[in-house]
Design a protein around this ligand. Structure first.
Ligand SMILES: [Zn+2]
Ligand SMILES: [Zn+2]
Length: 111
């Protein structure tokens, strides 16, 4: 397959898949309205918690610190190991922050 063809194919493939996924989701929501509502509610609550935690952490620790990873001297970001504890934060640089989130995701922790 030449490049142009390949690109067009991938574009179509992605669009079709997205369409199927959306259709499936709509169908699922229609037959599970209660569960869908509960999921949406939980997501909203989690998001609210997340936003609130971020806001409180910036208020409490306005100055930027270095990454807490041993030997790392990059600028840190505020990472929340637990969003229900907004003032408990770890300073992690972009790279270590990413790998920490990946680690948590692999462990089945949704953040
Ligand atoms: Zn984080
Ligand atoms: Zn780091």
């Amino acid at each position: 397959m030449i490049d142009e063809e390949k690109k067009a194919y991938m574009k179509k493939y992605r669009r079709d898949n997205l369409y199927l996924h959306n259709q499936y989701q709509k169908w699922w929501i229609r037959i599970n309205p209660e569960a869908a509502r509960a999921i949406r509610k939980r997501w909203n609550e989690k998001n609210k918690e997340k936003k609130r935690a971020g806001y409180l952490a910036i208020k409490e620790y306005p100055e930027v610190r270095d990454c807490e990873f041993e030997g790392c001297t990059n600028i840190g970001h505020r990472h929340h190991p637990d969003y229900t504890k907004p003032l408990l934060i770890l300073w992690l640089c972009l790279q270590h922050h990413k790998s920490e989130h990946n680690r948590l995701l692999e462990g089945g922790v949704v953040i």
